[in-house]
Design a protein around this ligand. Structure first.
Ligand SMILES: Cc1cc2nc3c(=O)[nH]c(=O)nc-3n(C[C@H](O)[C@H](O)[C@H](O)COP(=O)(O)O)c2cc1C
Length: 195
């Protein structure tokens, strides 16, 4: 039986992309997932984000372009090391599905850019929770590809856009052991009037 919402929230755990296998979401599950992802707080309803879906054969094709971008961007690196990392870049999309959440803040409005970026972060989080609710596992990453100009051009980002997250989604045979969690009490103070 699938966990309840509160159980899912209390036990949420990321699974490394390399440990996410088939099955991934069906086309109708993906549509549902993106609809859930778009249902986030959004000050002034600017929709300051969009999605790029990477799945199927596109994963390997984009991986090859990213590996090439890595080689081209690191001409000084020792060839062995460069090939090792280029190989890693060629396998950046091992899960059945990756959704790139693109932050595209509107700089013409009064709404601070940080608030718009936070909305994009909420999209990533909703994707993770939505994936879990549909029975999948996932992880939110960024990494080299989210910060390299050539890689970003291959992924399809435009001027003024940034990667808020690459959310990998699939099915994990096991979830990693729990990691230490913040001491919430130590992070919390209670405001009281001065004096
Ligand atoms: C904006 C953002 C970027 C992240 N990028 C990476 C990344 O590139 N690689 C990585 O291993 N984890 C990354 N993480 C951390 C993972 O998403 C995850 O939180 C971590 O593996 C701990 O697992 P947990 O979510 O179960 O606590 C990132 C998290 C955030 C919020």
């Amino acid at each position: 039986m699938r966990e309840t919402l509160i159980e899912a929230l209390e036990a949420r755990r990321s699974v490394p992309a390399a440990a996410l296998s088939e099955p991934g979401p069906t086309p109708s599950e993906l549509a549902r997932l993106l609809t859930i992802a778009a249902r986030v707080p959004d000050h002034a309803m600017l929709v300051p984000w969009r999605f790029i879906v990477i799945e199927g054969a596109a994963r390997r094709a984009l991986g090859a372009l990213l590996a090439e971008a890595y080689r081209a961007g690191n001409p000084q690196m020792a060839p062995e090391k460069r090939e090792k990392f280029a190989g890693i870049m060629s396998r950046l999309f091992p899960a059945p599905l990756a959704v790139v959440v693109v932050s595209r803040p509107n700089r013409e409005t009064m709404i601070p850019v940080v608030e718009q970026e936070l909305s994009a972060g909420a999209v990533c989080m909703n994707l993770l929770h939505g994936a879990r609710a549909l029975g999948f596992n996932g992880i939110w990453v960024t990494g080299w590809a989210a910060n390299d100009a050539q890689a970003l051009a291959h992924i399809g980002l435009a001027e003024g856009e940034r990667v808020a997250g690459i959310v990998h989604i699939g099915t994990a045979s096991e979830v990693p052991a729990e990691r230490p969690r913040p001491d919430v009490a130590a992070l919390t103070t209670r405001w009281s009037p001065p004096g």
